[in-house]
Design a protein around this ligand. Sequence first.
Ligand code: AMP
Ligand code: MG
Length: 435
Amino acid sequence: MSGSCGHRHTHDEAMLSVEEALERILSYFEPLEAVDVPLAEAGGMVLAEDAVSDMDVPPLDNSAMDGYAVTSESVAGAGAGSPATLRVAARIAAGEVPSAPLEPGTAVRIMTGAPVPPGADAVVPFEDTDEVERRRAGRTLGEISIGAPAAPGANVRRAGGDIRRGQTVLRRGTEMGPAHIGVLASLGRAAARVHRRPRVAILSTGSEVVEPGRPLPAGSIYDSNGAAVAAAVLEAGGVPRPLGTVPDDEAAVEAGIDEGLGSDMLVTSAGVSKGDFDLIKDVLARRGEMQFWSVRMRPAKPLAFGLLASGDGSGRTVPHLGLPGNPVSALVAFEQFGRVAIARMLGRPRARRPTVRAVLDEPISNADGRRVYARVVVSRRGGTYHASLTGDQSSNLLTSMAHANGLAICPEDAPGRLAGEEVDVVMLRWPPDVF
Ligand code: AMP
Ligand code: MG
């Protein structure tokens, strides 16, 4: 395209595959800087450095059972009919420190997690002693009768048995779940060094859109994209910064962009398709290196992406993802591109959703060679996944997206898929219903 057609834009409107668009977008993102985050807030974040232990876990030999610490030698010949009798010399609770080593021929009453005294090499659980009778008789010290042998090391958790000092316990790039966070806590750490969460500004453009909660003037609709995209940002691991709505007006769009500049990404909706008021595209093109694409996908063919520059000459830029206005298109485009960009900034190696093969209940048509993402409900019947369309696939019908738990894919080179054919379905919610 060139200016010769009388069009005011000089930028190209390239036709791209989903992968080409994604590759171009991702080239603008890398993991954000590392920060120390309190452990309880680190879930879903990604370690920015290897975690190397500076201690043994557990830090000391301790008992795995409530019972008696002994030398395995002293109970070697014990049996039900020939119990070993030992004098109970002391008692140790978890959190205490043994006051003296175990003397030969004695036992130390010990609780789970309590340090095993030096000299003891096994713990005999209460079950293998006459503990119950002793208790009934009100005795705690005195003598204990042991009716079973204990192998060396029995019921003793060795120092370093889980983690050794100097060991790399978690690798950089690990996505933190509850157990990873527990591991760091077991090393005494209060914080995790992770890539910080991206702040994502969200701006809805369009003179017809009105923020929910306000009266609806004639000719207007409520802005559903703002809230829906904010929720999608949060789900993807970003921190949404909702900027509200701006009309199709140069100054208002510029002001909105300025508000978004302090973020790691600005996501707008509407104003990127062909029929729109040119001024939106013009503002974007003037403020940065914007690219306007047609992506070979349905829904969400029109897409804008680029780097917006701050107007103050500071050289600051912010990546801008311009989603289509139709609510389903906005969410599907965010799913393909916005989510992946957030994953990259978080340092996540992948942003993939679970995918299943499912048998279509209804056909999917594909008249113009685009990759179709059809809204479906996947259920499992008789050991097979089935995908049923949530109804009319028009991109303005948001309820058809709300009812879907997956997006069934018809490839761009296929004229469609028949009922009964198997397709890939990207699961937006997992697990699907099981019948
Ligand atoms: P556009 O991309 O501006 O051509 O908008 C395409 C369609 O999406 C139009 O019907 C718009 O009214 C609608 N639309 C645009 N923005 C929003 C929004 N924030 N919430 C709901 N619908 C929208
Ligand atoms: Mg519009």
